[in-house]
Design a binder for this molecule. Structure first.
Ligand code: FRU
Length: 552
């Protein structure tokens, strides 16, 4: 019987220096990747899908740098004996503790920014910055997953892979309903950054619902003028001018471009040099239109790293107006607004073409300070839950509110309702990794309140309302594994109204807690050695708690 070997499995040792692996066919390079091929121990395997070369003879060319062989003969490396081929690649979960239950994470490999989010023909498409050849940043490729309901995801084959123009950095996608680009009606068109000698913007299209993408022969379509950090194009439709627009990060500002055909782009304007926070690199912008008190407003999302309020990565935003060419901010230049007050909310952008006029955002749930060293191995990083965005009034201000998307409620199991006072409450008999807590209480003015979530190992996350400061804080310093980075143990705080009728919503998963109040969201990773199973309240009030187990 002839065995069909579709996958080549490379053994990876994360601490080994990278080797350069190339697939050659007829002397031509068809694929190149940097892989930490195992030297003396195998951490895990990564797959090379051989299907694209079915029927061809291919040669694998492996180049090892000197650094790999100083102590020994590279021929002794275990990678040579451990490499193997198989009909299927084993993607089953091997991450016992920290694989999220209801947040998207790739089956294997590294993930950062959500990319190219677009709703098309009943499916929410999520592309993402992906390293399919190791659970750390590199080989940037657009991974791909789809969902019918924003919460149950299926990972598809990689969508866009590196080429001669460079690695495939972040970008966006739209549905070309009127076929202005000429790639076909309803084609999905992606624009991404080609990270080569320069950062330039390229496009690719799909006529089969995102299964395969074709790169445009005229790439790149936007090139920088002496701007080193020139990336992360976000396409959006401007109904007024009936044109496609792009906003991208360019050094310490964003630039806007217009196009009639998605291929030829004209520079319109720049925004931001003196606005908001500049203690880092501006990345991943998005311009969205949201209704507010009967009018349309525009909100510019802007991710910055470092420079976040608690160190490292964070998302700021500017509320204002866009006239089809320029964005004007309503706030004075000195005002900085944060979209989320945790440490693990980055590269947040929104879905294009979302039904019902919704504006749904998704963030990468990590921070460049430690993303490469979080204590997982088969995969690294998950996304936040999807969140519907709206503008709301807070006193004299207009703020951007993130609300967990309603689809999350389909994960809820039978609720448990109880009143919490000074006695601690056990949340479940069996360890429960994924659950939601809705905590309602009436807090007298000037009174503080503390909730503590803890496990049998004494690890705990402390949630604290300070009446004097007018803040809600989350303290993860004793939350479990924290020592993998000096920057991980932290207390994060959000300004909020404290006193009166209040509600706190906590979305807990195996390695994260997302807190939502009436005027803030706070997203933080946690790595407890066992699920948090006890809730305690310190304060004079009683709280009405609803606990929903969450499962897919
Ligand atoms: C943000 C970012 C983007 C870039 C991508 C590379 O996290 O640095 O600016 O396109 O990641 O992976």
């Amino acid at each position: 019987m002839k065995r069909i070997l579709t996958f080549f499995a490379f053994p990876v040792q994360e601490s080994a220096p990278e080797a350069r692996v190339r697939v050659l066919s007829n002397g031509q390079e068809r694929l190149g990747a940097n892989i930490c091929l195992a030297i003396d121990k195998v951490d895990y395997f990564v797959p090379l899908d051989l299907a694209p070369w079915a029927g061809e003879t291919i040669l694998l060319d492996v180049k090892m740098s000197q650094g790999r062989s100083v102590r020994r003969d590279p021929a002794d490396d275990v990678c040579w004996t451990e490499m193997n081929t198989a009909p299927v690649f084993d993607r089953s979960n091997k991450e016992n503790n920290y694989r999220p239950v209801y947040h998207f994470s790739p089956d294997w490999g590294w993930m950062n920014d959500p990319n190219g989010m677009v709703w098309h023909d009943g499916l929410w498409h999520l592309f993402f910055q992906y390293n399919p050849y190791g659970s750390f940043w590199g080989n940037m490729t657009w991974g791909h997953a789809v969902s019918k309901d924003l919460v149950r995801w299926e990972q598809w084959d990689n969508a866009i892979v590196p080429d001669a123009l460079g690695d495939i950095f972040s970008g966006s996608a739209i549905v070309d309903k009127e076929n202005v680009a000429g790639f076909g009606r309803d084609a999905i068109i992606a624009m991404y950054t080609s990270d080569g000698i320069n950062q330039t913007q390229s496009i690719a299209w799909s006529n089969d619902g995102g299964r395969t993408f074709h790169k445009y022969a005229g790439n790149p379509v936007i090139v920088p003028e002496n701007t080193p950090d020139f990336r992360d194009p976000k396409l959006f439709w401007d109904a007024q001018s009936r044109q496609w627009k792009v906003v991208l990060a360019a050094g310490q500002e964003v630039q806007f471009y217009s196009s009639d055909n998605l291929k030829d782009w004209t520079y319109d304007s720049s925004f931001g040099l003196s606005y908001g926070n500049h203690n880092g690199v501006w990345e991943c912008p998005d311009l969205i239109q949201l209704p507010f008190e009967g009018k349309d407003k525009w909100v510019l999302l802007l991710n910055i790293n470092p420079g976040g309020p608690f160190g490292g990565s964070a998302t700021q935003y500017f509320v204002g107006n866009y006239d089809g060419k320029t964005f004007k901010c309503d706030d004075p230049a000195t005002v900085t607004r944060w979209m989320d007050y945790g440490k693990d909310h980055y590269a947040a952008v929104t879905w294009s073409n979302a039904p019902e006029g919704r504006t749904v955002a998704l963030a990468w749930m990590s921070n460049w300070q430690y993303a490469n060293s979080v204590p997982t191995q088969q995969f690294r990083s998950a996304n936040s839950v999807p969140r519907d965005l709206s503008l709301v009034r807070k006193g004299k201000e207009v703020i951007l509110k993130s609300t967990p998307s309603r689809e999350l409620e389909t994960l809820r199991g039978t609720p448990l309702r109880f009143t919490l006072s000074s006695a601690p409450a056990e949340l479940s008999e069996q360890p429960m990794k994924a659950y939601e807590l809705l905590i309602r209480f009436q807090l007298p003015k000037k009174e503080d309140l503390t909730f503590v979530l803890s496990n049998e190992a004494g690890e705990q996350v402390v949630f604290f309302y300070s009446a004097e400061e007018g803040t809600f804080s989350m303290d993860r310093r004793g939350s479990g594994i924290v020592k993998f980075s000096k920057s991980f143990a932290a207390v994060t705080s959000a300004p909020t109204r404290v006193g009166g009728k209040m509600e706190l919503r906590l979305l807990v998963d195996s390695a994260s807690i997302e807190a939502f109040g009436e005027d803030f969201s706070m997203t933080n990773l946690v790595f407890p050695s066992a699920p948090y199973n006890q809730l305690k309240l310190y304060g004079s009030v009683k709280a009405d708690v609803t606990l929903y187990p969450l499962a897919k």
